[in-house]
Write a protein that binds this ligand. Structure first.
Ligand SMILES: NC(=O)c1ccc[n+]([C@@H]2O[C@H](COP(=O)([O-])OP(=O)(O)OC[C@H]3O[C@@H](n4cnc5c(N)ncnc54)[C@H](O)[C@@H]3O)[C@@H](O)[C@H]2O)c1
Ligand SMILES: [Zn+2]
Length: 340
């Protein structure tokens, strides 16, 4: 078992699922928020607590779901001392953290993330929120969970597509800060895909360490934390215009950001190929059937826009990146010969 601290959060790795209750506050009403998909596998492990069941799709990641949770919390006589525990993927965690943060001006919450993506990324860092109209995660708060309990055993029931999505965020973390982690994943791709517990534990712990280190220096994304959006400005535009999941879109976004870096002379072709090759080995997509004429304007509807420019994260090889502001005209010029 390993632990990390991030602000007031304790991040716990490698304990059996049955141990999660050790981290709940004593003498407090606990309410679980989860989805039917997750509960069909794990309801027995959370038997004694009342459960609010939500739909975990992007279409349900809305204020309407927050309202439904509120109705049920009121029916359970929940008050500000109530502890909300989100058990599920990134969608459940993002919604639970937001609901807990605004119910009666805020109650404490924690997460048992049940997807690889939620363990390595979504449950860590204190960003909670929902979508509104075509804007992803546009309504939300920064607020840290009391704990995040990452148990490897829940990953066994994930569908292959939902499992591999998480590797996109691991590759992202490695590209931002840790070339050794990138090489480790290259060497252990097969075992990782076969869900070797030792390999997964190492990948999850090292990825979270990178994120926690960055977030501890810049919780509210004034500077350094922007690096964690590597691939994401492309990815959010891809998610809106294709059927790809978040992780799959991030994989394509990382490839596009790398290609742009190469074009700007920041990244060598051999590194761009290494990235693409690793993502392909992990069964992740590296291209998408969306035209640039759709993709580029959609990127400029992203919430990270400042004036006419957006922040783009550009890898400088593997294990390092930089953030540049770019206008739509500049990005159009740099990508004018691209075929996706
Ligand atoms: N807050 C953040 O910092 C942050 C970071 C990254 C991503 N996100 C958000 O996370 C979301 C994506 O999260 P995700 O990839 O976990 O997707 P998800 O929450 O949609 O889960 C994917 C699917 O897996 C199912 N599932 C979950 N756990 C399971 C299990 N153990 N066994 C079987 N099935 C299971 C879910 O029901 C769902 O159908 C996006 O909305 C994204 O915006 C947030
Ligand atoms: Zn992401």
């Amino acid at each position: 078992m390993k632990k990390l601290s991030l602000h007031q959060s304790t991040l716990i790795f490698g304990e059996p699922l049955s141990c999660f209750a050790n981290y709940l506050p004593a003498h407090t009403q606990v309410v679980i928020v989860s989805s039917s998909n997750v509960l069909q596998h794990y309801a027995h492990g959370f038997g004694n607590y009342p459960v609010i069941t939500i739909e975990d799709t992007e279409l349900h990641k809305t204020l309407a779901t927050i309202e439904k949770i509120t109705e049920q919390l009121l029916a359970l006589n929940a008050d500000r001392r109530t502890f909300l525990l989100g058990v599920g993927g990134g969608i459940v965690c993002d919604i639970t953290g937001f609901a807990a943060s605004i119910y009666m001006r805020g109650c404490a919450f924690g997460f048992v993330p049940t997807t690889l993506l939620a363990q390595v990324d979504a449950s860590v860092g204190g960003k909670n929120g929902v979508n509104f109209e075509r804007y992803k995660n546009i309504l939300g708060v920064f607020n840290q969970p009391q704990f995040v309990f990452c148990s490897p055993e829940v990953l066994t029931t994930l569908a292959p597509k939902d499992f591999v999505s998480g590797f996109a965020e691991i590759v992202k973390a490695a590209m931002i800060a840790d070339d050794a982690l990138f090489s480790f994943l290259e060497k252990n791709t097969e075992s990782a895909l076969q869900k070797s517990p030792q390999i997964l534990e190492h990948l999850i712990f090292e990825s979270v360490k990178i994120k926690a280190d960055i977030v501890s220096q810049d919780e509210r994304e004034q500077g350094l934390r922007r690096q964690l959006n590597l691939g994401h400005t492309f990815a959010h535009a891809i998610e809106k215009n294709s059927a790809l999941s978040h992780g799959e879109a991030v994989s394509v976004g990382i490839c596009l950001a790398s290609r742009l870096s190469q074009q700007l002379g920041l990244m060598q072709e051999q590194d761009v190929l290494r990235v693409k090759n690793l993502l392909q080995q992990l069964s992740l997509p590296t291209s998408v059937n969306v035209g640039l004429e759709t993709l580029l304007p959609a990127m400029f509807h992203d919430k990270k826009k400042e004036g006419n420019s957006i922040y783009l994260v550009l890898p400088r090889g593997i294990g390092q990146c930089e953030v540049q502001k770019m206008s739509l005209d500049e990005l159009t010029m740099h990508t004018k010969n691209w075929k996706l």
